[in-house]
Design a binder for this molecule. Sequence first.
Ligand code: MRU
Length: 330
Amino acid sequence: MRLTSMRWEDGRLSMLDQRGLPTREEWIPLADHHQVAESIRDMVVRGAPAIGVAAAYGLALAAANGADMDEAAKELAASRPTAVNLFWAIDRIMALPSLNAEAVLAEAKKVEDEDYEMNLAIGRHGQELIHPGWNVLTICNTGALATAGHGTALGVIRSAHDAGKEIHVWSCETRPRQQGLRLTAYELTKEGIPFHSIADSAAASLMRDGRVDCVIAGADRIAANGDTANKIGTYSLAVLARHHGIPFFIAAPTSTLDTKLPNGDAIPIEERGAEEITHIEGIQIAPEACHVFNPGFDVTPGTLIDAIITEEGVHSGPYSFLSERDISSL
Ligand code: MRU
Protein backbone atom coordinates (compact mmCIF):
# COMPACT_ATOMS: atom_id res chain seq x y z
CA MET A 1 0.00 0.00 0.00
CA ARG A 2 1.19 3.54 -0.80
CA LEU A 3 2.78 5.20 2.24
CA THR A 4 1.19 8.62 2.84
CA SER A 5 1.51 11.35 5.45
CA MET A 6 -2.07 12.66 5.21
CA ARG A 7 -5.55 11.55 4.19
CA TRP A 8 -8.66 13.41 3.11
CA GLU A 9 -11.60 11.08 3.74
CA ASP A 10 -15.32 11.89 4.07
CA GLY A 11 -14.65 15.62 4.30
CA ARG A 12 -12.04 15.20 7.04
CA LEU A 13 -8.29 15.66 7.05
CA SER A 14 -5.99 13.54 9.17
CA MET A 15 -2.22 13.50 9.40
CA LEU A 16 0.29 10.89 10.43
CA ASP A 17 2.16 12.49 13.33
CA GLN A 18 5.73 12.26 12.01
CA ARG A 19 7.11 13.40 15.38
CA GLY A 20 6.31 9.98 16.83
CA LEU A 21 7.78 7.84 14.05
CA PRO A 22 9.13 5.23 13.87
CA THR A 23 8.02 3.99 17.28
CA ARG A 24 4.53 5.51 17.40
CA GLU A 25 2.20 5.54 14.36
CA GLU A 26 -0.58 7.93 15.29
CA TRP A 27 -3.06 9.67 12.97
CA ILE A 28 -4.30 13.09 14.13
CA PRO A 29 -7.66 14.50 12.94
CA LEU A 30 -7.55 18.16 11.89
CA ALA A 31 -10.75 20.21 12.01
CA ASP A 32 -9.68 23.58 10.64
CA HIS A 33 -6.90 25.55 8.96
CA HIS A 34 -5.60 26.80 12.33
CA GLN A 35 -4.77 23.20 13.26
CA VAL A 36 -3.17 22.62 9.86
CA ALA A 37 -0.94 25.70 10.28
CA GLU A 38 0.04 24.47 13.74
CA SER A 39 0.84 20.98 12.37
CA ILE A 40 3.13 22.47 9.75
CA ARG A 41 4.83 24.72 12.32
CA ASP A 42 5.29 21.86 14.82
CA MET A 43 6.51 19.43 12.13
CA VAL A 44 3.68 16.92 12.48
CA VAL A 45 3.98 17.11 8.71
CA ARG A 46 7.29 18.06 7.13
CA GLY A 47 9.19 18.02 3.85
CA ALA A 48 8.67 20.71 1.22
CA PRO A 49 6.11 19.06 -1.09
CA ALA A 50 4.10 17.56 1.80
CA ILE A 51 3.89 20.99 3.45
CA GLY A 52 2.48 22.37 0.18
CA VAL A 53 -0.18 19.64 0.01
CA ALA A 54 -1.04 20.21 3.69
CA ALA A 55 -1.51 23.95 3.10
CA ALA A 56 -3.78 23.21 0.14
CA TYR A 57 -5.96 20.96 2.32
CA GLY A 58 -5.82 23.64 5.05
CA LEU A 59 -7.46 26.02 2.59
CA ALA A 60 -10.00 23.32 1.68
CA LEU A 61 -10.94 23.14 5.37
CA ALA A 62 -11.09 26.94 5.57
CA ALA A 63 -13.46 27.05 2.58
CA ALA A 64 -15.63 24.22 4.00
CA ASN A 65 -15.81 26.00 7.37
CA GLY A 66 -16.70 29.36 5.79
CA ALA A 67 -13.52 31.02 7.11
CA ASP A 68 -12.07 34.22 5.65
CA MET A 69 -9.87 32.81 2.87
CA ASP A 70 -7.37 35.69 2.80
CA GLU A 71 -6.84 35.39 6.55
CA ALA A 72 -6.50 31.59 6.26
CA ALA A 73 -3.95 31.95 3.45
CA LYS A 74 -1.96 34.44 5.55
CA GLU A 75 -1.97 32.18 8.60
CA LEU A 76 -0.87 29.12 6.62
CA ALA A 77 1.84 31.11 4.82
CA ALA A 78 3.29 32.19 8.18
CA SER A 79 3.74 28.60 9.39
CA ARG A 80 7.25 27.96 7.96
CA PRO A 81 9.46 30.22 5.84
CA THR A 82 11.93 28.21 3.72
CA ALA A 83 10.09 25.60 1.63
CA VAL A 84 8.64 27.50 -1.32
CA ASN A 85 6.12 24.73 -2.08
CA LEU A 86 4.03 26.09 0.79
CA PHE A 87 3.62 29.49 -0.91
CA TRP A 88 3.33 27.90 -4.34
CA ALA A 89 0.36 25.78 -3.22
CA ILE A 90 -1.34 28.67 -1.39
CA ASP A 91 -0.94 31.01 -4.40
CA ARG A 92 -2.28 28.31 -6.71
CA ILE A 93 -5.44 27.85 -4.64
CA MET A 94 -5.97 31.56 -4.04
CA ALA A 95 -5.74 32.21 -7.82
CA LEU A 96 -8.83 30.03 -8.46
CA PRO A 97 -11.69 31.95 -10.09
CA SER A 98 -14.01 30.81 -7.29
CA LEU A 99 -13.03 29.92 -3.72
CA ASN A 100 -16.11 27.83 -2.98
CA ALA A 101 -15.55 24.68 -0.91
CA GLU A 102 -15.94 22.28 -3.82
CA ALA A 103 -13.51 24.12 -6.11
CA VAL A 104 -10.88 24.51 -3.39
CA LEU A 105 -11.05 20.85 -2.41
CA ALA A 106 -10.81 19.74 -6.05
CA GLU A 107 -7.69 21.90 -6.51
CA ALA A 108 -6.13 20.62 -3.26
CA LYS A 109 -6.61 17.04 -4.49
CA LYS A 110 -5.01 18.05 -7.79
CA VAL A 111 -2.01 19.50 -5.94
CA GLU A 112 -1.62 16.16 -4.15
CA ASP A 113 -2.15 13.96 -7.22
CA GLU A 114 0.18 16.04 -9.38
CA ASP A 115 2.91 15.95 -6.74
CA TYR A 116 2.72 12.15 -6.69
CA GLU A 117 2.95 12.02 -10.50
CA MET A 118 5.89 14.45 -10.48
CA ASN A 119 7.73 12.28 -7.97
CA LEU A 120 7.27 9.19 -10.13
CA ALA A 121 8.70 11.12 -13.09
CA ILE A 122 11.63 12.40 -10.97
CA GLY A 123 12.30 8.78 -10.00
CA ARG A 124 12.20 7.63 -13.63
CA HIS A 125 14.62 10.33 -14.83
CA GLY A 126 16.86 10.26 -11.77
CA GLN A 127 17.41 6.53 -11.63
CA GLU A 128 19.16 6.74 -15.01
CA LEU A 129 22.02 8.52 -13.19
CA ILE A 130 22.42 5.73 -10.62
CA HIS A 131 24.71 2.87 -11.61
CA PRO A 132 24.09 -0.73 -10.48
CA GLY A 133 25.83 -1.53 -7.23
CA TRP A 134 26.34 2.10 -6.22
CA ASN A 135 26.52 3.33 -2.62
CA VAL A 136 24.23 6.34 -2.54
CA LEU A 137 24.47 8.83 0.32
CA THR A 138 21.42 10.90 1.26
CA ILE A 139 20.36 13.37 3.94
CA CYS A 140 17.10 14.20 5.72
CA ASN A 141 13.91 12.50 4.58
CA THR A 142 12.78 13.00 1.01
CA GLY A 143 10.53 9.98 0.69
CA ALA A 144 6.81 9.27 0.54
CA LEU A 145 6.18 10.97 3.90
CA ALA A 146 7.87 14.20 2.77
CA THR A 147 5.79 14.36 -0.42
CA ALA A 148 2.46 13.11 -1.75
CA GLY A 149 4.12 9.72 -2.28
CA HIS A 150 7.22 7.98 -3.72
CA GLY A 151 9.54 10.89 -2.85
CA THR A 152 12.12 13.11 -4.52
CA ALA A 153 15.71 12.07 -3.69
CA LEU A 154 14.43 8.96 -1.95
CA GLY A 155 12.08 8.51 -4.92
CA VAL A 156 15.13 8.26 -7.18
CA ILE A 157 16.60 5.69 -4.79
CA ARG A 158 13.28 3.78 -4.78
CA SER A 159 13.12 3.79 -8.58
CA ALA A 160 16.74 2.63 -8.89
CA HIS A 161 16.02 -0.17 -6.42
CA ASP A 162 12.81 -1.10 -8.28
CA ALA A 163 14.86 -1.22 -11.50
CA GLY A 164 16.94 -3.97 -9.87
CA LYS A 165 20.15 -1.94 -9.55
CA GLU A 166 21.14 -3.47 -6.19
CA ILE A 167 22.13 -0.18 -4.62
CA HIS A 168 23.03 0.45 -1.00
CA VAL A 169 22.15 3.64 0.87
CA TRP A 170 24.12 5.62 3.45
CA SER A 171 21.39 7.52 5.29
CA CYS A 172 22.61 10.53 7.29
CA GLU A 173 21.04 10.73 10.73
CA THR A 174 20.30 14.46 10.08
CA ARG A 175 20.77 16.27 13.35
CA PRO A 176 19.08 17.81 15.15
CA ARG A 177 15.57 16.49 14.26
CA GLN A 178 16.91 13.19 12.91
CA GLN A 179 14.62 12.95 9.91
CA GLY A 180 17.15 10.54 8.38
CA LEU A 181 17.28 8.21 11.36
CA ARG A 182 13.58 8.34 12.14
CA LEU A 183 11.93 8.68 8.74
CA THR A 184 14.32 7.68 5.93
CA ALA A 185 15.36 4.58 7.88
CA TYR A 186 11.64 3.83 8.45
CA GLU A 187 10.86 4.13 4.73
CA LEU A 188 13.94 2.19 3.60
CA THR A 189 13.11 -0.60 6.04
CA LYS A 190 9.53 -0.79 4.77
CA GLU A 191 10.81 -0.94 1.16
CA GLY A 192 13.51 -3.52 1.88
CA ILE A 193 16.23 -1.30 0.41
CA PRO A 194 19.67 -2.13 1.89
CA PHE A 195 21.02 0.76 3.97
CA HIS A 196 23.06 1.86 6.93
CA SER A 197 22.22 4.90 9.02
CA ILE A 198 25.29 7.00 9.76
CA ALA A 199 26.10 9.95 12.00
CA ASP A 200 26.27 13.07 9.84
CA SER A 201 29.94 13.47 10.71
CA ALA A 202 30.81 10.06 9.21
CA ALA A 203 30.21 11.23 5.62
CA ALA A 204 33.73 12.64 5.04
CA SER A 205 35.63 9.51 6.01
CA LEU A 206 33.27 7.26 4.02
CA MET A 207 33.96 9.40 0.97
CA ARG A 208 37.72 9.36 1.57
CA ASP A 209 37.56 5.55 1.82
CA GLY A 210 35.85 5.36 -1.59
CA ARG A 211 32.62 4.04 -0.12
CA VAL A 212 30.27 6.70 -1.57
CA ASP A 213 29.49 6.78 -5.32
CA CYS A 214 27.05 9.69 -5.35
CA VAL A 215 25.13 12.02 -3.04
CA ILE A 216 21.47 12.81 -3.66
CA ALA A 217 19.38 15.29 -1.67
CA GLY A 218 15.99 16.96 -1.93
CA ALA A 219 15.30 20.68 -1.89
CA ASP A 220 13.18 23.23 -0.11
CA ARG A 221 13.78 26.06 -2.55
CA ILE A 222 15.84 26.35 -5.73
CA ALA A 223 16.79 29.78 -7.10
CA ALA A 224 17.04 30.55 -10.83
CA ASN A 225 20.80 29.87 -10.87
CA GLY A 226 20.41 26.47 -9.16
CA ASP A 227 21.43 27.61 -5.66
CA THR A 228 19.48 25.19 -3.46
CA ALA A 229 18.20 25.50 0.10
CA ASN A 230 17.86 22.15 1.82
CA LYS A 231 18.24 20.65 5.28
CA ILE A 232 21.20 21.98 7.25
CA GLY A 233 24.25 19.85 6.43
CA THR A 234 23.48 19.50 2.71
CA TYR A 235 26.02 22.21 1.79
CA SER A 236 28.79 20.40 3.71
CA LEU A 237 27.99 17.20 1.80
CA ALA A 238 28.22 19.08 -1.52
CA VAL A 239 31.63 20.55 -0.58
CA LEU A 240 32.84 17.12 0.51
CA ALA A 241 31.51 15.47 -2.65
CA ARG A 242 33.29 18.00 -4.89
CA HIS A 243 36.53 17.54 -2.93
CA HIS A 244 36.35 13.78 -3.42
CA GLY A 245 35.19 13.93 -7.06
CA ILE A 246 31.81 12.38 -6.25
CA PRO A 247 28.67 13.45 -8.17
CA PHE A 248 26.18 15.50 -6.15
CA PHE A 249 22.53 15.54 -7.28
CA ILE A 250 19.41 17.43 -6.18
CA ALA A 251 15.94 15.98 -6.87
CA ALA A 252 12.83 18.16 -6.60
CA PRO A 253 9.60 18.95 -8.44
CA THR A 254 9.35 22.24 -10.36
CA SER A 255 7.04 23.48 -7.57
CA THR A 256 10.27 23.86 -5.55
CA LEU A 257 11.76 26.33 -8.06
CA ASP A 258 11.65 29.96 -7.02
CA THR A 259 12.52 31.62 -10.30
CA LYS A 260 11.89 35.10 -8.86
CA LEU A 261 15.14 34.74 -6.94
CA PRO A 262 18.22 35.12 -9.17
CA ASN A 263 20.36 33.29 -6.60
CA GLY A 264 20.14 31.73 -3.15
CA ASP A 265 21.17 34.83 -1.17
CA ALA A 266 17.59 35.92 -0.49
CA ILE A 267 16.22 32.50 0.49
CA PRO A 268 14.81 32.90 4.01
CA ILE A 269 16.45 30.39 6.33
CA GLU A 270 14.30 29.21 9.21
CA GLU A 271 15.90 29.43 12.63
CA ARG A 272 14.48 26.78 14.92
CA GLY A 273 14.19 26.51 18.70
CA ALA A 274 17.15 25.89 21.02
CA GLU A 275 15.54 22.73 22.50
CA GLU A 276 16.17 20.85 19.24
CA ILE A 277 19.86 21.08 20.17
CA THR A 278 19.86 21.18 23.96
CA HIS A 279 17.34 18.36 24.50
CA ILE A 280 16.98 14.78 23.28
CA GLU A 281 13.51 13.24 23.64
CA GLY A 282 12.64 16.01 26.12
CA ILE A 283 15.71 15.37 28.28
CA GLN A 284 18.09 18.27 28.73
CA ILE A 285 21.64 17.33 27.77
CA ALA A 286 23.21 20.81 27.63
CA PRO A 287 24.05 23.22 30.45
CA GLU A 288 21.21 25.55 31.48
CA ALA A 289 22.85 28.70 30.11
CA CYS A 290 23.89 27.15 26.78
CA HIS A 291 23.46 29.60 23.86
CA VAL A 292 22.29 27.94 20.67
CA PHE A 293 22.18 28.89 17.00
CA ASN A 294 19.97 26.46 15.09
CA PRO A 295 19.42 27.21 11.38
CA GLY A 296 17.18 24.56 9.84
CA PHE A 297 18.54 24.87 6.29
CA ASP A 298 21.59 25.89 4.30
CA VAL A 299 22.12 26.94 0.70
CA THR A 300 24.28 24.86 -1.64
CA PRO A 301 25.64 26.91 -4.55
CA GLY A 302 24.42 25.67 -7.94
CA THR A 303 28.06 25.38 -9.02
CA LEU A 304 28.49 22.42 -6.62
CA ILE A 305 25.44 20.57 -7.99
CA ASP A 306 26.17 18.19 -10.88
CA ALA A 307 22.51 17.70 -11.81
CA ILE A 308 19.09 18.92 -10.73
CA ILE A 309 16.44 16.30 -11.42
CA THR A 310 12.86 17.50 -11.85
CA GLU A 311 9.80 15.83 -13.35
CA GLU A 312 10.87 17.45 -16.65
CA GLY A 313 14.19 15.61 -16.77
CA VAL A 314 17.81 15.96 -15.73
CA HIS A 315 19.19 19.51 -15.82
CA SER A 316 22.91 20.14 -15.71
CA GLY A 317 24.67 23.40 -14.86
CA PRO A 318 25.12 26.23 -15.39
CA TYR A 319 21.47 26.48 -14.36
CA SER A 320 19.09 29.10 -15.61
CA PHE A 321 15.55 28.33 -14.50
CA LEU A 322 13.53 31.05 -16.17
CA SER A 323 10.49 32.66 -14.57
CA GLU A 324 7.18 32.81 -16.45
CA ARG A 325 7.78 36.55 -16.76
CA ASP A 326 11.16 35.93 -18.42
CA ILE A 327 9.67 33.34 -20.76
CA SER A 328 6.80 35.60 -21.83
CA SER A 329 9.29 38.36 -22.69
CA LEU A 330 11.36 36.08 -24.95
O1 MRU B 1 12.60 20.63 8.22
P1 MRU B 1 12.02 19.60 7.30
O2 MRU B 1 12.01 18.23 7.86
O3 MRU B 1 10.68 20.02 6.74
O4 MRU B 1 13.05 19.61 6.08
C1 MRU B 1 12.90 18.70 5.04
C2 MRU B 1 14.02 18.74 4.07
O5 MRU B 1 14.94 19.52 4.13
C3 MRU B 1 13.88 17.84 2.91
O6 MRU B 1 15.11 17.31 2.56
C4 MRU B 1 13.31 18.70 1.78
O7 MRU B 1 12.11 19.31 2.20
C5 MRU B 1 13.07 17.93 0.60
S1 MRU B 1 11.60 17.01 0.82
C6 MRU B 1 11.22 16.03 -0.41
